[in-house]
Ligand binder design. Structure first.
Ligand code: SAM
Length: 363
């Protein structure tokens, strides 16, 4: 676990310098032609694959003294109310847990790619998971690295209470001051590009709370849905939907394309050894490669089940639509999102960087 070895299918990598993200279109994903009955079956033995029965992911909810807020039949965080525009109820937690499994598959069963050794030496390594959500990543890290000490922070108290002894959670905002936090050997963020608003400020804080020689890693979608074979048309309802989500988030002060700026933000904050690895997350079971097919199935499940969750906040809060208008709009999206002839995918960027060793001003 940890340092990257052979990249899994769909991955492209870049060396430490320059840090600009590579063109993810470089390696095309082969399409599974068996999905087209009119083409006739091919002679390969890739049948028997089912998209049913995705996950029995846990949705255990910690008891908490903190309230929640209900809006359009979805539950949202109450602490720093209105800061984050997606729900935290059980369906949303299940979706986040499915995405956790999906990213693990994508990264070849690695929880991170930065060259950080959490079990090395005689000192306990400190890990911070920012916006930990259900805590799935933090808990896996705790299990895998029993000598490390892990804290996960989130606006929502939705983490389970059965935990490895080296994992803790705390309700807090990553956009508040981090004054009472120690410094860390490793800071991790995943799926946070629609959460953090002031990225330069965030990276300044993260830098100050990274130990000299320590690492930060971000695992983020670039939410620009794309295809390599022009099978994604601009009028495909889900494509239009994703554009509207971006507009809604922009109206709420979120920068939808922040993912692409992360290497520059990291450099500006003082981090070095910035490395970007770009993967492709297919939407649907259209790839022939079995790993990518599974990843696409997870992603489709997360999208189809999550359509209400990912649109309601941006559309009603940001674009001022009525909830009924959102539901009407989603009918067509739902009807067409599983079209196997659309070979779309999201680029997924893993970026990691190091605070230089020689800087001696750690807090
Ligand atoms: C898409 S979820 C990702 C959860 C987790 N990182 C994962 O990959 O499973 C984003 C999480 O960020 C949290 N969040 C949003 N804004 C935050 C902030 N300012 N400080 C801490 N957590 C925040 C949300 O409550 C939510 O749980």
């Amino acid at each position: 676990m940890g340092a990257a070895s052979t990249p899994p299918p769909g991955a492209s990598t870049s060396s430490p310098a320059p840090a600009a993200a590579e063109d993810p279109h470089h390696h095309h994903i082969e399409v599974d032609r068996d999905l087209y009955p009119e083409n006739g079956p091919d002679d390969d033995d890739d049948d028997g694959y089912s998209s049913a029965g995705v996950s029995d992911a846990s949705t255990s909810l910690a008891s908490s003294i903190l309230d929640f807020k209900w809006e359009n039949n979805r539950r949202y965080h109450k602490f720093r109310e209105g800061e984050y525009h997606f729900p935290n109820d059980e369906p949303e937690q299940e979706r986040e847990n499915i995405k956790h499994l999906m990213v693990l598959q994508l990264l070849g069963n690695k929880l991170f790619l930065a060259p950080v050794d959490l079990e090395d030496g005689n000192r306990t390594k400190k890990v911070l998971d920012v916006g930990t959500g259900t805590g799935a990543w933090a808990i896996d890290i705790g299990d895998e690295f029993p000598k490390a000490d892990i804290i996960g922070i989130d606006l929502s108290p939705i983490q389970p209470s059965w935990l490895p002894p080296n994992v803790r959670f705390r309700v807090d905002s990553a956009e508040d001051d981090w004054l009472d936090y120690e410094s860390f050997d490793f800071i991790h963020l995943r799926h946070m590009n629609a959460a953090i608003k002031d990225w330069p400020q965030f990276f300044d804080r993260a830098y100050r709370h990274t130990k000299p020689g320590g690492w930060i890693e971000l695992q983020e979608y670039d939410f620009t849905l794309t295809s390599d074979d022009n099978s994604l048309a601009g009028d495909w309802p889900y494509y239009k939907c994703s554009k509207l989500i971006h507009q809604g988030l922009e109206a709420l002060g979120v920068v939808p394309h922040s993912t692409l700026r992360n290497p520059q933000y990291l450099r500006d904050a003082g981090f070095t050894n910035i490395t970007t690895k770009v993967f492709k997350v297919p939407l649907g079971v259209w790839p022939k490669d079995r790993t990518l097919k599974t990843i696409g199935m997870y992603q489709r499940h997360a999208m189809v089940d999550g359509l209400n969750a990912i649109t309601m906040g941006p559309f009603t809060r940001g674009l001022k639509w009525k909830p009924e208008e959102v539901e009407v709009f989603l009918v067509e999206v739902r009807r067409t999102i599983e079209d196997p002839k659309v070979h779309s995918y999201f680029p997924f960027h893993v970026v990691y960087a190091q605070r230089p060793e020689e800087t001696g001003e750690g807090s």
